[in-house]
Design a protein around this ligand. Structure first.
Ligand code: FAD
Length: 419
């Protein structure tokens, strides 16, 4: 719909969704399944849609990169309008978003899901050397195949793997790259000639203690040198040297490490467009209620996915659960009712500890274990072949054919009894 009451032409929609990634498309599909007549617009600048959870498998030589990429157009739900622009600003006081071309789009309700910012430039020298000189990252579609190339070509020497401060999307992904690489080197007799170091800016291998013993077994098996409080701050690819700020108590020092290959998980933060807006909390994230996903100050705004302030594991699995909840609560809002669907913080992280086995971490707020399957089928705290099968064969079609199409397999929302 379009209006020109103030002399400035602008579109108006029942619901505007910012970001057509995992969370945005799933929310649009869930909304339109519930209310096909709803006037929904999705603002998304990219032509391609990526299954990012597949990039770990690309870096491990299990998937090819092309299998993780689709046309965005094929996932814009029928009945939704696609505005192929970026949002340059939020104006929640006037119920509008401002596009990068200067136009304004108005809404009755907004769903904000623009994802997380990968801040490559926060590491000095990284943008210049990324993708060459043995410097790689599974956090980019075009670089995950380079990870696998480097792993195959590695004949020994020093391999570094890094993890920045949390929150990051898929906090297990830096370790997944580490384990799959070591597994390949072990199978090919290379690991004995390798010095492998994991540099983690935090102080824990994994935030939920139940999964740590199984992961530590693999750290020992692969002979990985674990370095906590060690944050990558600078890199010179040509000189094959990385610098880490190492924190021990109150003391910080800069330590240089030579490398033959390095896998980098970049520093991450809220997108600038959110951080600089009235939607942001003090840390820059979309300031929503962690149960209803409704904004704390603007009740017609909902936030989900990686950009939201909810303290869950930032994963596509979380977005799968959040999207139907956001859809339900947006419809409640439009009908003048209180939000009635609630999110328990579910997120999941399938830790690929070796080719063919996964430690399947599934948990919600406060680190509460929330397993999908009974323990006799998949005990998430132990390496599991069935969990690998799930990751390799089942989760990708669940993403493309269910989650993004509004078929809420494993994601039916919990509705409060009062409503
Ligand atoms: C290497 C790696 C491994 C992972 N492994 C797993 C895993 O095993 N399991 C799991 O569940 N999750 C995993 N994830 C995390 C998962 O991919 C993300 O948590 C998920 O994609 C978040 O969904 P989102 O919609 O919030 O963000 P995204 O899917 O990133 O989508 C954000 C969208 O917003 C758009 N956008 C950005 N800025 C703007 C703007 N200004 N205006 C309009 N649109 C904008 C972007 O173009 C993008 O399409 C992994 C991620 C990576 C990188």
């Amino acid at each position: 719909m379009s209006s020109a009451s103030s002399g400035v032409s602008r579109e108006i929609h029942d619901v505007v969704i910012v970001g057509g990634g995992a969370a945005g498309i799933a929310a649009a599909a869930s909304l339109l399944r519930r209310r096909p007549s709803l006037d929904v617009a999705i603002v998304e600048p990219q032509s391609k849609h990526y299954y990012q959870p597949g990039w770990t498998m690309v870096g491990g030589g299990v998937f090819n990169a092309a299998s993780t990429e689709r046309e965005e157009a094929d996932f814009i739900p029928g009945g939704a309008r696609w505005i192929k622009e970026a949002v340059a600003g939020f104006a929640p006081e006037s119920d509008e978003v401002i596009l990068s071309n200067g136009e304004r789009v108005a809404y009755r309700a907004l769903i904000a899901a623009p994802g997380i910012k990968l801040d490559w430039a926060a590491v000095e020298g990284l943008p210049e050397t990324l993708g060459k000189n043995g410097v790689t990252s599974n956090y980019r579609f075009d670089l995950a195949p380079y990870t696998w190339r480097l792993v195959q070509e590695f004949r020994g020497g020093r391999a570094l793997f890094t993890q920045p401060p949390l929150p990051i999307k898929c906090a297990g992904a830096p370790q997944k790259a580490l384990y799959l690489s070591c597994d390949h080197w072990l199978r090919n007799g290379v690991l004995a000639n390798a010095k492998v170091e994991f540099h983690n800016a935090g102080g824990l291998l994994f935030g939920v203690k139940e999964y740590v013993p199984a992961l530590m077994e693999y750290i020992k098996k692969y002979g990985v040198d674990l370095n906590f409080g060690s944050r990558l701050v600078k890199i010179d690819g040509a000189a094959k040297t990385a610098w880490f700020e190492v924190t021990k108590g109150d003391v910080k020092e800069i330590v240089a490490r030579g490398f033959d290959m390095i896998h980098i998980c970049p520093p991450q933060c809220a997108p600038d467009v959110v951080r600089s807006s009235a939607l942001a909390d003090a840390a820059g994230w979309i300031d929503v209620d962690q149960t209803t996903l409704q904004h704390k100050r603007f009740p017609n705004v909902f936030g989900l996915g990686d950009a939201a302030s909810t303290p869950n594991a930032k994963t596509a699995a979380a977005a799968r659960k959040q999207a139907p909840i956001a859809a339900e609560n947006v419809l409640c809002f439009l009908a003048g009712n209180a939000a009635h669907a609630s999110y328990d913080g579910y997120g999941s992280c399938p830790l690929t500890v070796e080719r063919g086995k996964i430690v399947f971490a599934e948990f919600g707020y406060g680190g509460k274990l929330l397993p999908t399957f009974p323990k006799w089928l998949i005990d998430g705290t132990k390496p599991s072949r069935l969990a690998w099968f799930l990751k390799e064969r089942i989760l990708p079609p669940i993403y493309w054919k269910a989650m993004l199409k509004g078929r809420e397999w494993l994601a039916r929302p919990t509705i409060s009894a009062k409503s």
